[in-house]
Ligand binder design. Structure first.
Ligand code: IDP
Ligand code: MG
Length: 136
């Protein structure tokens, strides 16, 4: 079954720093995901910690929060058929070393930490994450 969904994408600091936002947006557009909202911001460490709360028990949590708050990011709402799963497919595996050919992380990811992009992983989390960055 297919349905039109919205999902949250974040171009992470390593990719914004290398001016890759427009290149990454091309991947979405080529794959029929529309960018319905977009803003460039920087989050505080506390905001990053709140955003990544699901990972709070993981050994990499502190590093992850420091990293997300280390520089500007571009947050976007993407919309399209099965947008959540489609976006995850286009992103590629979490560790760029394992990412499939043709994916964003394969092309631009530097390491499991600096993997260039975030994407919501479920309908429930997409809703929460969109709300987190685009409250109104
Ligand atoms: P995802 O970004 O592919 O959804 P998650 O498991 O949700 O991956 O992890 C969130 C972020 O935390 C990843 O994008 C990655 O940067 C980082 N991360 C995940 N697993 C590890 C790990 O084992 N070591 C270090 N960093 C990790
Ligand atoms: Mg995740």
């Amino acid at each position: 079954m297919s349905s039109v969904e919205k999902t949250l994408s974040i171009v992470k600091p390593d990719a914004v720093e290398r001016n890759l936002t427009e290149n990454i947006k091309e991947y979405f557009l080529k794959n029929n995901l529309k960018i319905v909202k977009e803003k460039k911001i920087q989050v505080s460490k506390d905001e990053a910690a709140e955003f990544y709360r699901v990972h709070q028990t993981k050994p990499f949590y502190d590093r992850l929060c420091n990293y997300l708050s280390s520089g500007p990011i571009t947050v976007m709402i993407l919309e399209g058929e099965n947008a959540i799963k489609e976006n995850r497919r286009i992103m590629g595996a979490t560790d760029p070393k394992n990412a499939e050919d043709g994916t964003i992380r394969k092309k631009y990811g530097i390491s499991i930490d600096k993997n260039s992009i975030h994407g919501s992983d479920s309908v429930e989390n997409a809703k929460k994450e969109i709300e987190f960055f685009f409250k109104n």
